[in-house]
Design a protein around this ligand. Structure first.
Ligand code: UDP
Length: 336
């Protein structure tokens, strides 16, 4: 029996593949490389010592997906495959709705046809919108401010409704806070296309000399130092959360939702200082106006995952800073 990872060559998918294999699961990866690289598979082989079965293609292609389910004995799916750039989603909403929503529906139809009814879904703290107050708990109302966020809200709803209509389904929604860091081998990590949108890849690219300076978006928020506060979580802790969520999912029915965060927020300036102190590299920065759509503070109430999954983030901010830098400094151009 295997676990199919859609988008398994991506940042979160690849780290989850490693932790699943370590935990004794057999893994199959499907990816279209729209935001990842074939080199990830070589790196995964070096780390795990295994040739992970791999299919290149899009989950929009039903025939392609059907073949994967005919050829393999699949027990459950962890569904990572989705577009994730907020700005691009505003410019190209149809691209996002088609890939994320139609892709998910196609996947669910194929799973239904093959009677594979266990799914763990990659959601995001973005579904808490801009009006909820941290710490964020799973039962708060969801909303969005851009097409990317709406696709996450809608995909969650679709999955919840599927589980409601057919009690044989087991659906687990994982709401990620801000994943950063990399596998401690430095062989896999986050490799954004073009100029990074997210804070930590931006910092590491300044550190490695690819970008001149960091722009800090706003220093007038109502936070300890005026810069935005987020719940940064080490990617390996996040990946281990998937293993525990999958184990729970395999013995459950219906749907359940878990925050995967540390429960603690750090500001942009705290992060910059922690990176400099841990790695002895200076990060020049300038203060810029607030970025549209950003909120002051966002962090998880992570107690539900702790109670029901037995999961808790273990790694420190220093671990995150050190591992992010090891990955970037060993791979200045990502997987290229
Ligand atoms: N941020 C920043 N400069 C950047 C990228 C991000 O100051 O180049 C800030 C952003 O305003 C937010 C925090 O860093 O307060 C985390 O942003 P990111 O895009 O990484 O995650 P998200 O906004 O999705 O939480």
């Amino acid at each position: 029996m295997s676990i199919l990872l859609t988008g398994g060559a991506g940042y979160i998918g690849s780290h989850t593949a490693v932790e699943l294999i370590t935990a004794g699961f057999e893994v199959i990866i499907v990816d279209d490389f729209s935001n990842s690289s074939p080199e990830v598979l070589n790196r995964l082989k070096t780390i795990t010592g295994q040739n992970i079965p791999f299919y290149e293609g899009t989950i929009l292609d039903k025939t392609f997906l059907n073949n994967i389910f005919y050829e393999n004995d699949i027990e459950a799916v962890i569904h990572f495959a989705a577009f994730k750039a907020v700005g691009e989603s505003v410019e190209q909403p149809l691209k996002y709705y088609k890939n994320n929503i139609t892709g998910t529906i196609t996947l669910l139809e194929v799973m239904n046809a093959h009677k594979v009814k266990n799914i763990v879904f990659s959601s995001s703290a973005t579904v808490y919108g801009i009006n909820n107050i941290s710490p964020l708990t799973e039962e708060l109302p969801t909303s969005a401010t851009n097409p990317y966020g709406y696709t996450k809200v809608m995909m969650e709803q679709i999955l919840i409704d599927v589980a409601k209509a057919d009690p044989e389904w087991s659906v687990t929604l994982l709401r990620y806070f801000n994943p950063i860091g990399a596998h401690e081998s430095g062989l896999i990590g986050e490799a954004p296309n073009g100029v990074p949108n997210n804070l930590v890849p931006y910092i590491t690219q300044v550190a490695v000399g690819k970008l001149k300076e960091l722009s800090i978006f706003g220093d007038d928020y109502n936070t300890l130092d005026g810069t935005g506060v987020r719940d940064y979580i080490h990617i390996v802790d996040l990946a281990k959360g998937h293993v525990l969520a999958l184990k729970q999912n395999l013995g459950a029915q219906g749907s359940d939702i878990f925050n995967l965060g540390t429960g603690k927020g750090y500001s942009v300036l705290e992060l910059v200082k922690a990176f400099e102190a841990e790695n002895h590299v200076a990060i020049p920065y300038v203060i810029k106006p607030r970025r549209a759509g950003d909120i002051a503070t966002c962090y998880a109430d992570a107690s539900k995952a702790n109670k029901k999954l037995g999961w808790k983030a273990q790694k420190t901010l220093q671990d995150m800073m050190r591992d992010s830098w090891r990955w970037q400094s060993q791979n200045p151009n990502g997987y290229q």
